[in-house]
Every structure is written in C-alpha cells, then in structure tokens.
Unconditional design. Structure first.
Length: 107
C-alpha cells in the first residue's frame, strides 16, 4: 500500500526535487476541520493515483519555515509540484471528484 509521504522543513526540498512524478503536498494542521475532511481522500489518492502522482503531507504548525516560504495563509492548501516547481495551488476542502479533476488538469 502506498501511503502519503510525511514532509518536514528538513526533508521538503530533497523530496520535491528528487520526485520522479508530480507530488501533491497537503499543507495541514491537526486542529483544522477541513483538513480532516480531505485527509481520507488524499490517502485514497496515494493508492489509486500512485502511477500518476504522489501525495505529501506537511504539518504547518511543526514546519513553519516551509509553510511560510510558500505563503500558506489558510489551510488546507494543496500545492502540486511538477519537476520541482509549483504547477498548481488549491485552497480549501473539496469533494473527491472535484479535487481529482483540479489536480489532474495540471499533471
């Protein structure tokens, strides 16, 4: 089973730049209600979409430097990185179908 990649300030750049496929990073926090709503969807994507893109998770409360660097002001913020660069930015919780459509539009 493929699980989301847990990212930290220390590992973020290496994981993003060495990824062999696009990686969708979930900037989240434990206290965030909408983050909890999309977490199961992202876990499903990690398995169902593993051949197309990976899922990363970054806790903004613990990894403030990375969240600040990407100007994450509200969560959940999902940023799709492709070839180490930001390809798309999605803010807020969405149903699974809408989220998948928004992500795959930028693959």
């Amino acid at each position: 089973m493929t699980a989301p990649i847990i990212l930290t300030d220390a590992t973020f750049d290496e994981v993003i730049t060495s990824a062999d496929k696009p990686i969708l990073v979930d900037f989240w926090a434990e206290w965030c209600g909408p983050c909890k709503l999309i977490a199961p969807i992202l876990e499903e994507f990690a398995v169902e979409q593993a051949d197309r893109f990976s899922i990363g998770k970054l806790d903004v409360d613990v990894n403030v430097a990375t969240a600040t660097r990407f100007s994450v002001m509200s969560i959940p913020t999902l940023i799709l990185f492709k070839d180490g660069q930001v390809a798309a930015r999605l803010v807020g919780a969405k149903p699974k179908g809408a989220l998948l459509r928004d992500v795959t539009a930028h693959l």
